[in-house]
Design a protein around this ligand. Structure first.
Ligand code: SF4
Length: 417
């Protein structure tokens, strides 16, 4: 397979060995770390279906190394038995490739340490006096990142800082990228991979894990990430590009109350500028997703979230110009479309008879004005093409009928009918 090259110069021309015996990578450890987190990212991940966490940890996806997941909530081990693989990886003694997954903001532990405490920790080391000292997850991140095949930040807190890093941030909370710095690359040469969202779409996460693992195993190309380390195929477009209400926006029809089916921009939707795929992918198993279920977009996947989108439920300033323009265009386009739609709801027979034999309700027969408009519409529609009623089409139909009639006659003759 030819080496793929991304915009930042990374290639998949090599398969990482991590100093291990040569041969295909069959297992990859995944060390999950939680910082200033609500555990929503973990919940989202375990709800993923394409692929599911169960498929990843059971190694049931062809070509994909099996994931050995170490997760503070999901792991069956507890205490030192749970921490041991983390220590082995930290000390370079794991003997297997690993990735690090960080959930939640990374707090500035120096602030907490100054007061003799910590913000987020997991496991403990003992100091010279034998005193157990909790190990901040930020410390685990710093220690594990250099040897990791990849570092993945899941959720908006880990990717950009999120709510703990909003205005008034007392914990010094920051993104994984902020802690590791611009020059960080993993053992595989990858900068931090970011899957934002509060909470993120679980499938976005597990799919990214899968494609990274395929790359890691040498069976897939380097996935395309954007300049902020987001999977480009998921986050290039905006919510608005994919929204089920986009047609209403385009025709200049806007909801004024929740529960209405039109575009939500006047209720405070930021979809036109927010990069996210939730409306096309759904929240879980292609079901749900903010605008699909009547909610506005508050920009939770974006680095500026939440401050840049506050106050929530107040329409964005830019909507005045854009919705006015949509209204103006829509007021012209909508009636034209309704005429075309009406014509599309009539069969050729009903057009001729001027009657629609539906028992469900009265449908108006075509009046002279409608007939005149559709006459010109048809003229335009078939300019440069053949209309279904043209001489050429009639001839083709006659040929088809005679050909089929011939075959029918032969079959009947053979059957002695
Ligand atoms: Fe765009 Fe939001 Fe309206 Fe959907 S609801 S069309 S994302 S502005």
């Amino acid at each position: 397979m030819a080496a793929e090259q991304s915009a930042n110069g990374l290639t998949n021309a090599h398969t990482p060995t991590f100093g291990l015996a040569s041969g295909p990578i069959t297992e990859v450890h995944a060390f999950w770390l939680a910082g200033m987190s609500c555990d929503g990212c973990s919940i989202a991940a375990v709800g993923a279906q394409q692929p599911s966490v169960e498929q990843l940890v059971s190694g049931s996806i062809p070509g994909l190394p099996k994931v050995v997941l170490h997760h503070p909530v999901l792991d069956v081990e507890a205490g030192e038995a749970f921490i041991k693989p983390y220590r082995l990886a930290r000390d370079g003694k794991l003997g297997a490739p690993y990735v690090v997954i960080y959930e939640g903001s990374v707090a500035d532990e120096r602030i907490a340490a100054h007061h003799g405490g910590y913000w987020s920790a997991m496991g403990a080391d003992h100091d010279a006096s034998g005193q157990a000292r909790p190990i901040p997850t930020a410390q685990w991140l710093s220690d594990l990142a250099p040897g990791a095949a990849a570092v993945m930040a899941i959720g908006t807190c880990a990717t950009w800082g999120g709510i703990p890093a909003a205005a008034g941030n007392v914990t010094g909370s920051m993104a994984v990228m902020d802690l590791l710095g611009k020059d960080y690359v993993s053992a595989l040469g990858l900068p931090v991979i970011n899957i934002p969202g509060c909470s993120p779409v679980g499938d976005n996460f597990t799919e990214t894990v899968s494609v990274v693992l395929m790359f890691l195993a040498g069976v897939g190309p380097l996935p395309e990430f954007d300049e902020l380390g987001r999977p480009a195929w998921m986050f290039k477009g905006t919510v608005h590009n994919r929204c089920v209400r986009g047609g209403h926006y385009e025709e200049g029809v806007f909801a004024q109350n929740y529960g209405e089916r039109e575009c939500l921009v006047e209720l405070g939707c930021w979809g036109p500028v927010v990069q996210c795929n939730i409306v096309s992918r759904g929240a879980i198993g292609h079901a749900g997703g903010c605008m699909n279920t009547g909610g506005i977009c508050i920009g939770c996947t974006m680095p500026g979230f939440p401050d840049a989108f506050a106050p929530f439920y107040k329409a964005p300033p830019g909507k005045t110009i854009s919705s006015l323009a949509s209204r103006a265009v829509g007021s012209f386009i909508r009636p034209l479309r309704r005429i075309t739609q009406r014509r599309s709801n009539l069969t050729a027979r009903w057009n001729k008879t001027g009657q629609v034999p539906s028992g469900w309700g009265h449908v108006d027969a075509s009046g002279p004005l409608f007939k005149a408009v559709t006459y010109f519409y048809r003229k335009l529609q078939y300019t440069g093409a053949y209309s279904p009623a043209s001489e050429r089409q009639r001839r083709l139909q006659a040929e088809a009928h005679s050909y089929i009639g011939e075959s029918k006659r032969k079959i009947e003759e053979e059957a002695g009918i």
